[in-house]
Design a protein around this ligand. Structure first.
Ligand code: GRF
Length: 220
């Protein structure tokens, strides 16, 4: 059987790494078209590093603590990433604002997951802000990274209902479950070469159209 050539991916993290874990699980399947060649963190104590090590994946820390100049930090990060020659850079809870120069190096080859239905609720504390705003639908978005924070052509979104008795933690857990579903899928589509960016839109090629409508609260 011919050996499948897999898309080389580097994952950037800052923390617990549950999205990393979801992608690693997907990537363990022989027919998954992407491989994680390294996990890089800006924090030495990111627990996601341990998950990567357990999976036998190279890890590196490019510490951001004490480096106040973003350009200098991003140069160091770029050098670390480039050593692995990735075709895709996956931001999975990487809690840093990236410089435009860094983003330009990976234009069209860097993706992020954000815990809201973008363009609503960019930035931090998205779940509490969704509750405070009284929205009935919340969710998560996977998008190509551009110089503008939490913007960029949208690859996939998943929506969840917001219930009357939700607090931020409950809502976050509901959203996170969907993050773990859509992020490995988005990586797969990229690796299969099926994402076509047209302006701000991302078209998924070779996918049958599914007529659908989502209304929340469900009228029953
Ligand atoms: C996720 O909620 C992701 O959407 C956001 O940061 C969080 C990272 O969580 N960008 P984890 O480290 O993947 O568990």
């Amino acid at each position: 059987m011919p050996v499948m050539r897999k898309t080389r991916c580097v994952v950037l993290i800052s923390g617990r790494g549950t999205n990393l874990s979801a992608i690693l699980s997907a990537a363990a399947a022989p027919d998954y078209p992407a491989e994680i060649v390294a996990v890089i963190s800006n924090k030495t104590d990111a627990t996601g590093l341990l998950l990567a090590q357990e999976a036998g994946i190279a890890t590196e820390v490019v510490p951001s603590q004490g480096v106040s100049d973003r350009e200098i930090y991003d140069q160091a990060l770029l050098a670390a990433i480039d050593r692995y020659q990735p075709e895709l850079v996956i931001l999975a809870g990487f809690m840093r604002i990236l410089t435009p120069g860094f983003v330009a190096q990976y234009a069209g080859r860097m993706i992020n997951i954000h815990p809201s239905l973008l363009p609503s609720f960019t930035g931090m504390h998205t779940h509490q802000r969704a509750i405070d705003a009284g929205v009935h639908v919340h969710g998560c978005s996977v998008h190509f990274v551009t110089a503008e924070l939490d913007h960029g052509p949208m690859i996939a979104q998943a929506a969840v209902p917001v219930y009357a008795d939700d607090d931020a933690a409950k809502l976050a857990a509901r959203v996170l479950k969907e993050e773990h579903r859509i992020y490995p899928e988005a990586v797969r589509w990229f690796a299969e070469g099926r994402l076509k960016v047209v302006g701000q839109r991302v078209l998924l090629t070779d996918e049958p159209a599914v007529p659908n409508v989502l209304i929340v609260p469900n009228p029953g």
